[in-house]
Design a protein around this ligand. Structure first.
Ligand code: 7TS
Length: 405
């Protein structure tokens, strides 16, 4: 019954595709939005649309208050020590690029960065761009079951390692990485740790103090918020090691024609007019997630993943990637069916109203490790049901018939 109520909060789930109920299985790309969040965007534009941190009139004060309140909600949500540790950005990609420009720019040619082969391009390309400065990049490999080779990890870390940048949960394999252990390894060796938490913060309880991370990146649109807003968490002491990201309005204290001084963080890193309605709406998305409860989110998705792994593994010709056990993975399942190209599979599924993603999911190095150019991927959120999984399996069996598998 409660699930029915939750599904009712997401107006888009009533959509029909080709006359059939839409089965949305692409929440890893972006989640759907509850009406409670959509309503707040409308409310901002209809009632108090104005810029933040400048006007002294009533609605400008309201906008600033709501914007800063959202920052507080997010800080509490990930158990940051203070809202000062929350920087609003466009999404996980911009968050990681902020670390690259504001923190990693000072690295020297002999320094090293360690990442892993399972990363999203957003957590590879910014570091590749540092290669021209002579920074060495090392990537930890994966085992056959899609878990990280932790022994190799330990061997790769040297006194030259300045940053370890690793995903909390893989957007393809679903692997939940041992991030607490990795943070400990980083700190024991004097390196900073960055978690790409785009696929964890929306789906499970995440506590930045417990994980002891220095940087954490995530996107609002994957956690019931709108597109165009995301978060970089920075441990307060690390701000000492950072320079501004972009220069402009909002981030300055004083400007002269010869020099300028900066505001304190987090404002130092928020140049220009931010995505005000986006930040406010993300605050309400966090309220919505907290009302459900992150433990419950995790449990629901685990139950679905377990059910899906069991059902999918019975489909003849299927190859599923990542850990076999639902206990060790998030609600993401990548697979291939016989020699059907993932795009063809997604097209046939779409005809039956089942929306999955296909392609390399912005993880080309991982796909080359897996020996394929593309995979099909189903991913879950709180609004998905066992019936959705059954529809997926039925649609795959129809695809088998079409392709004679
Ligand atoms: N990191 C991970 C682990 C991701 O899954 C994604 C997006 C990003 C970073 C980038 O997030 P953005 O909001 O800045 O674009 N992942 C996906 C996906 O799996 N399918 O579409 C987008």
């Amino acid at each position: 019954m409660e699930l029915k109520k939750i599904r009712n909060d997401f107006p888009i789930l009533k959509r029909k595709i080709n006359g059939k109920r839409m089965v949305y299985l692409d929440s890893a790309a972006t989640s759907q939005k509850p009406k409670q969040v959509i309503k707040e965007i409308e409310k901002y534009y209809e009632n108090y649309n104005s810029n933040v941190h400048r006007g002294i009139y009533k609605i400008a004060a309201e906008a600033t208050e709501e914007y800063e309140e959202a920052r507080k909600k997010i800080a509490k949500f990930i158990n940051a020590k203070s809202e000062k540790e929350i920087i609003f950005v466009r999404g996980a990609t911009e968050a990681i690029n902020l670390v690259r420009f504001a923190w990693a720019e000072k690295l020297r040619p002999e320094d090293e960065i360690i990442s892993t082969v399972m990363e999203h391009h957003s957590n590879i390309v910014p570091w590749l761009m540092l290669k021209k400065k002579g920074i060495d990049l090392k990537f930890v490999e994966i085992n056959d079951d899609g878990t990280l080779r932790m022994e190799e990890f330990k061997k790769l870390i040297t006194p030259k390692t300045k940053l370890i940048a690793v995903s909390h949960v893989s957007n393809v394999l679903g692997t939940i990485n041992p991030v607490k252990q990795i943070a400990k390894l980083a700190h024991e060796n004097g390196a900073r740790i960055l978690f790409d938490s785009a696929q964890s913060v929306p789906h499970m309880p995440v506590d930045v103090q417990e994980l002891d991370c220095d940087f954490m990146a995530f996107s609002g649109h994957k956690m019931f918020g709108p597109t165009g807003i995301g978060v970089l968490y920075v441990k307060e002491e690390v701000y000492r090691e950072m320079e501004p990201f972009m220069g402009g309005g909002e981030m300055i204290k004083e400007v002269f024609l010869t020099n300028a001084t900066w505001k304190d963080p987090p404002h130092k890193y928020e140049a220009g007019t931010p995505d005000i309605s986006g930040a406010i709406a993300l605050g309400y998305a966090v309220d919505y997630l907290e009302k459900i409860g992150m433990k419950k989110m995790k449990e629901h998705e685990k139950t679905l993943t377990r059910y899906a792994l069991e059902k999918l593994s019975k489909v003849p010709g299927i190859k599923i990637y990542g850990p076999k056990n639902a206990e060790n993975r998030g609600g993401v399942i990548a697979f291939n069916l016989g020699d059907i190209h993932a795009h063809d599979l997604a097209t046939i599924l779409d005809e039956q109203g089942v929306a999955i993603r296909s392609g390399h999911h912005c993880t080309m190095p991982l796909h080359s490790k897996l020996g394929v150019s593309a995979t099909a991927r189903a991913s879950f959120s709180i609004y998905n049901t066992k019936e959705d999984v059954d529809e997926l399996v039925n649609a795959l069996n129809k695809a088998r018939k079409v392709f004679g598998i």
